[in-house]
Design a protein around this ligand. Structure first.
Ligand code: ATR
Length: 274
């Protein structure tokens, strides 16, 4: 029987996950189907119960349900426990395994697709919400020279840095407190561009050869990447590769093999360009 998977979110209609996982399944010969399911904002647990009753084997979880998925899991991976959020669920009888593949997806995109090793790099992470929290431990595991978390509300950045202090020293502060420093990699994990707002980034933070990375993506250049190239970033990348790589990590959790990502990424990129 064909194994059933789905992504849950609200909204969900424009999710690319069904297309990505269908391509992975076809390329790796896995007998599975993958749907997008809309859950009511207050109906996530109910939607998951129904899905499990329907025979669902696993699920991806996106905005705004990642914290609820974290609470729903009966067992967590270490990286999900660290992230405080779950984007991948696997169902086995009464047991619900929760994982978080976002950080691994980001690191795979940076180190693999973008050929940007992180060891020894000075990294600036912009934002201190869920998107930021989910990637900190995987970034630190690559042994960068330093990690600075900057946020509009500096207190949230400081709290986040403190939460990871046992892993490695992490600096934190307001955007203004990055003045006078420079970085080899600047990652945007804020949702500022959704509001069309530029970030108050001091001049000079982009070191020579710096890669600016936006976890967001869309048609054309994102507002953050436009700002970064105007301020001197040498290279820019959006989050489409992270999307495909986090999906490949989830696929591995469910199916035990990691599918090739390059063909799917190329197809999605062509779709965005068209
Ligand atoms: P997510 O789960 O996507 O990270 P979130 O938890 O709501 O969402 O966090 C949004 C992040 O974007 C926060 O770091 C937020 O800054 P504050 O903590 O100061 O609110 C940041 N953000 C949102 N809009 C922003 C803006 N216009 N300028 C700067 N930062 C912004």
């Amino acid at each position: 029987m064909t194994d059933l998977y789905a992504v849950f979110g609200n909204p969900i209609a424009h999710s690319k996950s069904p297309l990505i996982h269908a391509a992975f399944a076809a390329a790796s010969g896995q007998d599975m189907c993958y749907e997008a399911r809309l859950a009511a904002v207050d109906g996530f647990f109910q939607a998951i119960s129904q899905f499990v009753a329907d025979g669902g084997k696993g699920a991806n979880v996106t905005v705004p349900f990642k914290e609820e998925a974290f609470r729903l899991a009966t067992r967590l991976s270490e990286r999900a426990a660290r992230a405080g959020a779950v984007n991948t669920l696997a169902f086995d009888g009464q047991a619900i395994f929760g994982d978080n593949t976002d950080g691994a997806g980001l690191v795979a995109d940076l180190t693999g697709n973008l050929a940007c090793p992180l060891a020894g790099k000075r990294i600036l992470l912009l934002g201190a919400g869920g998107a930021s929290r989910g990637v900190i431990a995987p970034l630190l595991a690559e042994r960068p020279a330093s990690l600075f978390i900057a946020n509009r509300s500096a207190d949230k950045a400081l709290a986040l840095a403190a939460a990871f202090a046992d892993v490695a020293p992490v600096e934190a502060g307001s955007f203004g407190e990055t003045a006078g420093k420079s970085f080899d990699l600047v990652i945007n994990a804020t949702s500022a561009s959704l509001a069309g707002e530029a970030l108050p980034l001091p001049p000079g933070i982009f070191a020579a050869g710096c890669l600016a990375y936006d976890m967001m993506y869309g048609k054309g250049e994102t507002p953050f990447l436009r700002q970064a190239s105007e301020q001197g970033a040498a290279r820019c990348a959006d989050g489409l590769g992270m999307l495909v790589e986090q999906a490949a990590e989830a696929f591995r959790v469910w199916r035990g093999l990691r599918p090739a990502t390059a063909p799917v990424l190329a197809t999605l990129r062509a779709g965005l360009a068209g």
